[in-house]
Design a binder for this molecule. Sequence first.
Ligand code: PMP
Ligand code: GLU
Length: 398
Amino acid sequence: MTSIKVPQARPLPKSATFEIARRVADLRAQGRTVLDLATGEPSFDTPVAVVRAAEQALRDGYTHYTPSGGLAETREAARETLGRHHGVRVRTEQVFIVPSAKYGIFASLASIVTPGDEVVLVGPHWVSYEPMLVLLGAVPRHLVLDSASNYRFSAPSLRSVMSSRTRAILINTPGNPSGRVLDTGEIEALAEACADSDCWIVSDEIYAQIVFDGGVHLAPASHPALAERTFTVGGLSKSHAMTGWRLGYVGVPQSAVNAIDATVQNTVGCAPAFVQRASVVAMREVDAEVAAMVAEYQRRRDELCGALASVPGFRLSTPQGALYAWVDISRAGRGDGGEIARLLLEELGIAVAPGHAFGAEYTDFVRFAYGCGSDAISAACAALAKWSLTAPQPLASP
Ligand code: PMP
Ligand code: GLU
């Protein structure tokens, strides 16, 4: 029998992070020891109060559909979370509980973008944004930021990639992979660039609660001129060590509530009922556990970034938030980011993500994730220190 072929007109790239995670699992199954600094997967267990709440919810019969926007109490808890951790004020009817932040980003885009529309991606950017645009038939317009601008954008740089066909700008703060947190100047720049346009903003704030050194997370929707054009997406995966629960939330502009409701109803229907129940506990009752995890991430960041800065030819800035160190390896003299990722895996057993996964221009970068356990971080740091001894002379500045 001949098999039916999947159309190749628009091949959808796989998720680089999921593919690397699979590679790591395959290598481990073959008996290799691999330190997984490739994926943003928290090493912690979900706080026990959340697990207990899910068990109780299952026993209490939370095993059916919920309204498409979510259970009333979960929407209310997410509304509080949007206020407390994002600085975003919305009414409860503007809050959508969704199965994962990833789906929240996709549903937001699917509600406002039609084929041929342009969407601005600010690089370096997370691996799944561009494939989402491919699925929607939208066209990415890349704003390529670099260390010369400290990865900051301005109104003119945003405008340089916008046109009359631009329907949305996708923002991510704290940033994956950059570790950068947007500042007030950039929020103003967004307001200026979008003024008098019909451009939406989708703001991916999955790491809103993972900010270091007493820094402050700023959301575009906290700006009065942006509130009514911004989708604020958050979730529990990272801050609450709940990646497998698939729970996210979106603060939706009032004028887009019906559009996203239709998208959710006709695709996933709703987020799992018992997960929504447990998420109320996560959003209201485990602040101390979240704070302890964030403090430990900051400690791991310091340890890892210290080791990375000592590798000849590696250059990086201290991440302000999220779970990643973004390293410019252009002067290391060992090849591009893909080659360094291969060497780290082959020679040291350290899995990392190559820079090109975060935008075609970032071939000279490598991303190290430090969500993994503290033992893995220490082992990786020790291996990097040894590796440094065999390093070629760093290349001179151009
Ligand atoms: N956005 C960014 C920037 C991410 O790194 C991730 C991965 N956690 C997500 C969204 C998706 O999160 P979730 O697990 O809620 O789908
Ligand atoms: N967000 C994680 C990362 O960037 C992995 C999970 C995913 O890509 O959905 O490593």
